[in-house]
Design a protein. Sequence first.
Length: 278
Amino acid sequence: MTTWRFMDEEEPREGAWNMAVDDLLFQEAEEGGEQAPTLRLYGWLPHCLSIGFHQEYREACDPLYCRTAGYDVVRRPTGGKAVLHAQEITYAVIARQDLPPFAGCSLEGTYGLIAEALAASLEWLGLPVVLTRRTLPIPPRGGAPCFLVPSEKELLAQGRKVVGSAQRRGRKSFLQHGAVPLHVDYEELRRATGQGREEAERYKAAFAGVADLLPGLSARAVREALRNGFERSLKAEWDERPLTDAERARAEILKARRYGSALWTQEGPGGAGRTAEA
């Protein structure tokens, strides 16, 4: 058994805060201040479009539509494509690469272990899933959302992707976070990402929310399932520890300087670098 830090955050928060906390926990693991792996569960308010670390802002989203719809836009510390965070539970795993249960694992190895824990979570809910790689008849376009882009060991239920994840690796640790949508609004997703009208039906065929496949499923049930699945698959014991006052203060700084910055969101690392030089 491995003792994990467990953070089940019932109150949804804005995108800039969510990304600042994930980044903070990753930095703490890199610095050696936190040795235990962490599982964090959280939500988003207002709804938010997150874009990948390396994405071009105007290719990844429609800024005018997002502003009109009341969506935040935030740039993640991880790669991948855009995700519209609305009716979902987001998970984040932050862990050392040199300690159990991920000691010696490659990117693919850590991704695979977490995928197995997610599969156990969904099966606990009664949703059978398979771990596989999809093939698409038409390759996704440059601004395609995360859930449309194939990846290794995808979680498919009834042939559709139900979890979208991205990972960042440092020298000593990694951060992987991902969306477990309850429901997907395909029309809103294609509008927020600036895609054509024809894309909504394509999205519907490729991915789905877990409550779309299991009607009546609650967010609370998904949270409980994630805890149960990680516990069973990765032999986790839980140490429930919310953010400390010191961690909150550091997260506020990260939010102000990076994730809440329009320059960072729109221009990414290059914009942040110019800010530091100025």
